[in-house]
Design a protein. Structure first.
Length: 323
């Protein structure tokens, strides 16, 4: 299953710098594809990215989230077929909203790990009233306050407060049910376009999860930051509806869940990829190991314990190793 991140944010907030620095630092061992949506005729950003990455799909004739939705999907399909990347990063135009891109990637069967909105903490006042900027925040589930080294702590706190207000007001909702599309969101900080690694914690490929299933001692750990990963194994005779109810009941502290489960009413084991309320599934006919789920979030030990009490088919390991 190919994973993806969508990078959005207003014009000039530092999206390309953040994307370039992030991929160079955290994804050296992954096959990465970059999709750049530029607004205008000159592809400056794509030239920068071409020097760092092996493949860039540049769309410079307008906005991929509306006019070029069809071209966007065919272009991404071509990258998938020709290069089979592990992760795709889509950098949107500063004049576009991210959610239609989210839907296009879903149509292609690509898992969206997060929609990242980059905010210019130094210059937020100059564009915060723009409607596109507000919808970019509303359609994201990871918010990066960039250029925090250029503002005072008091100024940063004020920007954060305003961002939260806009996010709550413009938080994207299902038109039919009125419920929010993403169960929760996170706020992180960046200096000179470099974010902390916890933004990308738990971006496991299928083969990595299979490897972890064989060695549970290294799964259950807490790093120096607040991001925690906890593992649970599953009893037999679990139905797909049990898994669906579990994912629907996840608390806000748990924003990603990965795993492979065997259920009685589906012929093959299922790879589960859950991010911020959105879940995707893929059957794995050859999988023979244990059923397990990895929960990823902020200080989640107590929440996972409560989940195991509410859903008795979850089995927590008796001991763990801290890293």
């Amino acid at each position: 299953m190919i994973q993806s991140f969508i990078i959005t944010g207003f014009l000039g907030v530092g999206k390309t710098t953040m994307l370039t620095n992030t991929v160079k630092k955290y994804f050296k061992n992954k096959k990465i594809a970059i999709v750049v949506n530029e607004f205008g005729d000159i592809g400056v950003d794509s030239k920068i990215l071409t020097n760092v990455h092996s493949e860039v799909l540049e769309i410079s004739e307008g906005c991929i989230c509306c006019k070029l939705a069809q071209e966007f999907e065919s272009g991404v399909s071509e990258i998938v077929n020709k290069y089979n990347p592990d992760i795709i990063f889509v950098e949107t135009s500063g004049a576009s909203e991210p959610f239609p891109i989210f839907l296009s990637l879903q149509n292609l069967g690509i898992s969206i790990e997060g929609i990242i909105c980059v905010v210019d903490a130094k210059n937020f006042d100059t564009y915060k009233e723009n409607s596109t900027a507000k919808y970019q925040l509303g359609g994201s589930n990871i918010i990066i306050l960039n250029k925090v080294d250029l503002v005072t702590p008091a100024e940063l706190e004020e920007v954060k407060k305003e961002v939260i207000q806009i996010k709550e007001e413009y938080n994207i909702k299902n038109n039919l049910t009125g419920e929010t599309v993403f169960n929760n969101y996170m706020i992180h900080y960046a200096e000179q376009g470099l974010v902390n690694k916890e933004v990308f914690e738990g971006v496991y490929q299928i083969d990595e999860v299979i490897g972890l299933a064989k060695d549970y001692k290294h799964l259950d750990h807490t790093g120096k930051d607040s991001i925690t990963q906890k593992v649970a194994y599953l009893k037999e005779n679990v139905r797909f509806n049990d898994i669906d109810q579990l994912l629907s009941a996840l608390p806000k502290s748990i924003y990603r869940t990965k795993g492979i489960v065997k259920v009685t009413d589906v012929p093959n084991p299922i790879f589960i990829n859950y991010s911020f309320g959105d879940a995707s599934y893929e059957e794995l006919p050859e999988y023979k190991e244990k059923s397990l789920l990895i929960f990823i979030g902020e200080s989640i030990a107590d929440d996972v314990k409560l989940l195991s009490q509410k859903f008795p088919f979850l089995i927590l390991p008796q001991f763990s190793i801290n890293k």
